[in-house]
Write a protein that binds this ligand. Structure first.
Ligand SMILES: NC(=O)c1ccc[n+]([C@@H]2O[C@H](COP(=O)([O-])OP(=O)(O)OC[C@H]3O[C@@H](n4cnc5c(N)ncnc54)[C@H](O)[C@@H]3O)[C@@H](O)[C@H]2O)c1
Length: 222
Protein backbone atom coordinates (compact mmCIF):
# COMPACT_ATOMS: atom_id res chain seq x y z
CA UNK A 1 0.00 0.00 0.00
CA UNK A 2 1.36 3.45 -0.85
CA UNK A 3 1.86 5.75 2.11
CA UNK A 4 -0.13 8.94 1.55
CA UNK A 5 0.52 10.74 4.80
CA UNK A 6 3.54 12.11 6.55
CA UNK A 7 4.44 10.13 9.72
CA UNK A 8 5.27 13.35 11.55
CA UNK A 9 1.70 14.64 11.04
CA UNK A 10 -0.28 11.53 11.95
CA UNK A 11 -0.51 10.72 15.66
CA UNK A 12 -2.50 8.05 17.47
CA UNK A 13 -4.73 10.75 18.91
CA UNK A 14 -5.65 12.13 15.47
CA UNK A 15 -6.56 8.66 14.25
CA UNK A 16 -8.61 8.03 17.42
CA UNK A 17 -10.43 11.33 16.84
CA UNK A 18 -11.17 10.37 13.21
CA UNK A 19 -13.16 7.40 14.45
CA UNK A 20 -15.07 9.72 16.80
CA UNK A 21 -15.79 12.23 14.00
CA UNK A 22 -17.16 9.35 11.99
CA UNK A 23 -19.58 8.37 14.76
CA UNK A 24 -20.90 11.94 14.98
CA UNK A 25 -21.26 12.28 11.21
CA UNK A 26 -23.10 8.96 10.96
CA UNK A 27 -25.60 10.15 13.54
CA UNK A 28 -26.14 13.33 11.53
CA UNK A 29 -26.22 11.84 8.05
CA UNK A 30 -29.97 11.39 7.82
CA UNK A 31 -30.89 14.80 9.21
CA UNK A 32 -28.26 17.21 7.96
CA UNK A 33 -26.43 17.36 4.61
CA UNK A 34 -23.65 19.74 5.64
CA UNK A 35 -21.65 20.61 8.72
CA UNK A 36 -19.01 23.22 9.43
CA UNK A 37 -15.96 22.85 11.63
CA UNK A 38 -17.51 24.93 14.43
CA UNK A 39 -20.51 22.63 14.81
CA UNK A 40 -18.40 19.50 14.44
CA UNK A 41 -16.06 20.87 17.11
CA UNK A 42 -18.99 21.56 19.46
CA UNK A 43 -20.25 18.02 19.02
CA UNK A 44 -16.74 16.67 19.65
CA UNK A 45 -16.20 18.96 22.62
CA UNK A 46 -13.07 20.36 20.98
CA UNK A 47 -12.13 23.43 18.93
CA UNK A 48 -12.82 24.26 15.27
CA UNK A 49 -9.07 24.77 14.77
CA UNK A 50 -8.48 21.23 16.01
CA UNK A 51 -11.13 19.82 13.66
CA UNK A 52 -9.70 21.64 10.63
CA UNK A 53 -6.15 20.62 11.55
CA UNK A 54 -7.14 16.98 12.05
CA UNK A 55 -9.00 16.72 8.75
CA UNK A 56 -6.43 18.68 6.74
CA UNK A 57 -3.82 16.12 7.81
CA UNK A 58 -5.51 13.73 5.42
CA UNK A 59 -6.69 16.00 2.60
CA UNK A 60 -8.84 18.96 1.58
CA UNK A 61 -12.42 17.90 2.26
CA UNK A 62 -14.35 21.06 2.99
CA UNK A 63 -15.36 24.14 1.03
CA UNK A 64 -14.13 27.41 2.55
CA UNK A 65 -17.02 29.24 4.23
CA UNK A 66 -19.43 26.36 3.59
CA UNK A 67 -18.11 23.45 5.57
CA UNK A 68 -18.17 19.78 4.80
CA UNK A 69 -20.70 17.57 3.06
CA UNK A 70 -21.64 15.05 5.77
CA UNK A 71 -21.95 12.05 3.45
CA UNK A 72 -18.77 12.91 1.51
CA UNK A 73 -16.82 13.33 4.74
CA UNK A 74 -18.14 9.97 6.00
CA UNK A 75 -16.90 8.32 2.80
CA UNK A 76 -13.51 10.03 3.08
CA UNK A 77 -13.00 9.07 6.72
CA UNK A 78 -14.12 5.49 6.04
CA UNK A 79 -11.58 5.32 3.24
CA UNK A 80 -8.82 6.82 5.44
CA UNK A 81 -9.59 4.25 8.13
CA UNK A 82 -9.74 1.46 5.54
CA UNK A 83 -13.28 0.46 6.47
CA UNK A 84 -14.81 1.23 3.10
CA UNK A 85 -14.15 -2.46 2.45
CA UNK A 86 -14.60 -5.50 4.66
CA UNK A 87 -11.66 -6.48 6.86
CA UNK A 88 -11.38 -10.01 8.13
CA UNK A 89 -10.75 -10.25 11.86
CA UNK A 90 -10.18 -13.26 14.07
CA UNK A 91 -10.58 -13.55 17.82
CA UNK A 92 -8.29 -15.49 20.12
CA UNK A 93 -9.70 -16.29 23.53
CA UNK A 94 -13.34 -17.25 24.05
CA UNK A 95 -13.60 -16.36 27.72
CA UNK A 96 -15.75 -13.66 29.29
CA UNK A 97 -14.34 -10.86 27.15
CA UNK A 98 -14.06 -12.93 23.95
CA UNK A 99 -17.64 -14.16 24.29
CA UNK A 100 -18.88 -10.61 24.76
CA UNK A 101 -17.32 -9.70 21.40
CA UNK A 102 -18.14 -12.87 19.47
CA UNK A 103 -21.76 -12.89 20.60
CA UNK A 104 -22.26 -9.19 19.85
CA UNK A 105 -20.39 -8.60 16.60
CA UNK A 106 -22.23 -5.32 16.12
CA UNK A 107 -19.65 -3.93 18.56
CA UNK A 108 -17.11 -4.33 15.75
CA UNK A 109 -19.01 -1.90 13.55
CA UNK A 110 -18.85 -1.42 9.79
CA UNK A 111 -15.86 -2.75 7.88
CA UNK A 112 -15.02 -5.76 10.04
CA UNK A 113 -16.08 -9.37 9.80
CA UNK A 114 -15.28 -11.87 12.50
CA UNK A 115 -14.42 -15.04 10.59
CA UNK A 116 -12.89 -17.33 13.20
CA UNK A 117 -12.62 -17.73 16.96
CA UNK A 118 -9.91 -19.76 18.69
CA UNK A 119 -9.43 -21.03 22.21
CA UNK A 120 -7.11 -23.59 23.75
CA UNK A 121 -9.64 -24.92 26.28
CA UNK A 122 -10.98 -28.28 25.08
CA UNK A 123 -14.32 -27.53 26.80
CA UNK A 124 -14.82 -24.54 24.53
CA UNK A 125 -13.48 -25.94 21.25
CA UNK A 126 -16.36 -26.92 18.97
CA UNK A 127 -18.90 -24.70 20.75
CA UNK A 128 -21.31 -23.00 18.35
CA UNK A 129 -21.17 -19.21 18.56
CA UNK A 130 -24.70 -17.77 18.58
CA UNK A 131 -25.64 -15.80 15.42
CA UNK A 132 -22.21 -16.21 13.85
CA UNK A 133 -22.56 -19.62 12.25
CA UNK A 134 -19.04 -20.62 13.27
CA UNK A 135 -17.64 -22.84 16.00
CA UNK A 136 -14.77 -22.17 18.36
CA UNK A 137 -11.63 -23.67 16.80
CA UNK A 138 -8.65 -25.25 18.47
CA UNK A 139 -5.97 -22.63 19.18
CA UNK A 140 -3.30 -25.03 17.94
CA UNK A 141 -4.70 -24.49 14.41
CA UNK A 142 -4.67 -20.72 14.67
CA UNK A 143 -1.32 -19.90 13.07
CA UNK A 144 -2.03 -22.24 10.18
CA UNK A 145 -5.38 -20.50 9.65
CA UNK A 146 -3.75 -17.06 9.72
CA UNK A 147 -1.15 -17.99 7.13
CA UNK A 148 -3.62 -19.78 4.86
CA UNK A 149 -6.24 -17.00 4.98
CA UNK A 150 -3.79 -14.10 5.12
CA UNK A 151 -5.38 -12.69 8.25
CA UNK A 152 -3.95 -9.30 9.18
CA UNK A 153 -6.00 -8.35 12.22
CA UNK A 154 -6.47 -10.20 15.50
CA UNK A 155 -8.45 -9.43 18.61
CA UNK A 156 -6.50 -10.85 21.52
CA UNK A 157 -8.65 -11.73 24.54
CA UNK A 158 -6.62 -14.38 26.33
CA UNK A 159 -5.21 -14.41 29.86
CA UNK A 160 -2.68 -11.60 30.17
CA UNK A 161 0.22 -13.86 31.12
CA UNK A 162 0.16 -15.57 27.71
CA UNK A 163 -0.43 -12.46 25.66
CA UNK A 164 3.18 -11.58 24.78
CA UNK A 165 4.10 -15.10 23.69
CA UNK A 166 0.99 -15.46 21.55
CA UNK A 167 1.46 -11.99 20.06
CA UNK A 168 5.03 -12.87 19.03
CA UNK A 169 3.73 -15.97 17.24
CA UNK A 170 0.99 -13.98 15.52
CA UNK A 171 3.45 -11.47 14.14
CA UNK A 172 5.71 -14.24 12.94
CA UNK A 173 2.70 -15.56 10.99
CA UNK A 174 2.05 -12.24 9.25
CA UNK A 175 -0.40 -10.47 11.55
CA UNK A 176 -0.04 -6.70 11.24
CA UNK A 177 -2.56 -5.42 13.75
CA UNK A 178 -3.66 -6.52 17.21
CA UNK A 179 -6.53 -5.21 19.26
CA UNK A 180 -5.16 -6.03 22.66
CA UNK A 181 -7.98 -6.65 25.12
CA UNK A 182 -5.60 -7.96 27.77
CA UNK A 183 -4.00 -5.94 30.54
CA UNK A 184 -0.56 -6.95 29.25
CA UNK A 185 1.51 -4.18 27.65
CA UNK A 186 2.71 -5.86 24.49
CA UNK A 187 6.22 -5.20 23.25
CA UNK A 188 6.24 -5.57 19.51
CA UNK A 189 8.28 -4.46 16.54
CA UNK A 190 7.44 -1.13 14.97
CA UNK A 191 5.82 -2.83 11.95
CA UNK A 192 2.97 -4.08 14.08
CA UNK A 193 0.06 -1.88 15.08
CA UNK A 194 -1.35 -2.45 18.55
CA UNK A 195 -4.32 -0.70 20.08
CA UNK A 196 -5.08 -1.43 23.73
CA UNK A 197 -8.74 -1.67 24.67
CA UNK A 198 -8.84 -2.32 28.37
CA UNK A 199 -12.14 -1.06 29.80
CA UNK A 200 -10.86 -1.44 33.34
CA UNK A 201 -7.81 0.78 32.60
CA UNK A 202 -10.10 3.33 30.94
CA UNK A 203 -12.40 3.35 33.98
CA UNK A 204 -9.43 4.02 36.26
CA UNK A 205 -8.35 6.88 33.99
CA UNK A 206 -11.90 8.21 33.98
CA UNK A 207 -12.13 7.99 37.73
CA UNK A 208 -9.03 10.16 38.09
CA UNK A 209 -10.80 12.88 36.09
CA UNK A 210 -13.98 12.38 38.11
CA UNK A 211 -12.23 12.92 41.43
CA UNK A 212 -10.15 15.84 40.09
CA UNK A 213 -12.81 18.05 38.46
CA UNK A 214 -10.59 21.13 38.60
CA UNK A 215 -8.20 19.51 36.10
CA UNK A 216 -10.79 18.60 33.46
CA UNK A 217 -10.98 21.83 31.52
CA UNK A 218 -13.99 20.83 29.42
CA UNK A 219 -12.06 19.04 26.68
CA UNK A 220 -12.69 15.40 25.76
CA UNK A 221 -9.98 13.01 26.92
CA UNK A 222 -9.43 10.81 23.89
N1 LIG B 1 -10.50 -5.28 27.64
C1 LIG B 1 -11.19 -5.21 28.74
O1 LIG B 1 -11.93 -4.29 28.97
C2 LIG B 1 -11.01 -6.29 29.75
C3 LIG B 1 -11.89 -6.45 30.84
C4 LIG B 1 -11.67 -7.51 31.68
C5 LIG B 1 -10.60 -8.37 31.46
N2 LIG B 1 -9.74 -8.14 30.43
C6 LIG B 1 -8.60 -8.98 30.11
O2 LIG B 1 -9.00 -9.75 28.96
C7 LIG B 1 -8.40 -11.02 29.00
C8 LIG B 1 -9.50 -12.07 28.99
O3 LIG B 1 -10.31 -11.90 30.15
P1 LIG B 1 -11.49 -12.89 30.43
O4 LIG B 1 -12.22 -12.39 31.58
O5 LIG B 1 -12.23 -13.15 29.15
O6 LIG B 1 -10.67 -14.19 30.82
P2 LIG B 1 -11.18 -15.70 30.75
O7 LIG B 1 -10.29 -16.48 31.64
O8 LIG B 1 -12.65 -15.77 30.94
O9 LIG B 1 -10.89 -16.09 29.23
C9 LIG B 1 -9.62 -16.24 28.69
C10 LIG B 1 -9.72 -17.27 27.59
O10 LIG B 1 -8.48 -17.29 26.88
C11 LIG B 1 -8.20 -18.66 26.59
N3 LIG B 1 -6.77 -18.78 26.32
C12 LIG B 1 -5.74 -18.63 27.18
N4 LIG B 1 -4.56 -18.78 26.52
C13 LIG B 1 -4.87 -19.03 25.24
C14 LIG B 1 -4.10 -19.25 24.08
N5 LIG B 1 -2.76 -19.28 24.12
N6 LIG B 1 -4.73 -19.46 22.92
C15 LIG B 1 -6.09 -19.43 22.87
N7 LIG B 1 -6.88 -19.23 23.94
C16 LIG B 1 -6.28 -19.02 25.10
C17 LIG B 1 -8.67 -19.41 27.83
O11 LIG B 1 -8.87 -20.77 27.54
C18 LIG B 1 -9.97 -18.66 28.12
O12 LIG B 1 -11.06 -19.25 27.45
C19 LIG B 1 -7.57 -11.05 30.28
O13 LIG B 1 -6.26 -10.76 29.92
C20 LIG B 1 -8.17 -9.97 31.16
O14 LIG B 1 -7.21 -9.39 32.01
C21 LIG B 1 -9.96 -7.13 29.59
Amino acid sequence: MTKKYSPKDVSGRIVARLALYLGILKDLEKVQPEINSIELAQRMNTTAVQVRKDLSTFGEFGVRGKGYSVSALIREIESILGIDKENEVILIGYGHVGKMIACNTNVLGKGFKLTAVFDKDSRKIGKEIPNLNIKVSDASKCLEYIEKNKVHTVILAINAEYAQVVANQLIHSGVEAILNMTASKLELNSNTAVVNADISAKLKELNFWRINPELRGGINFD
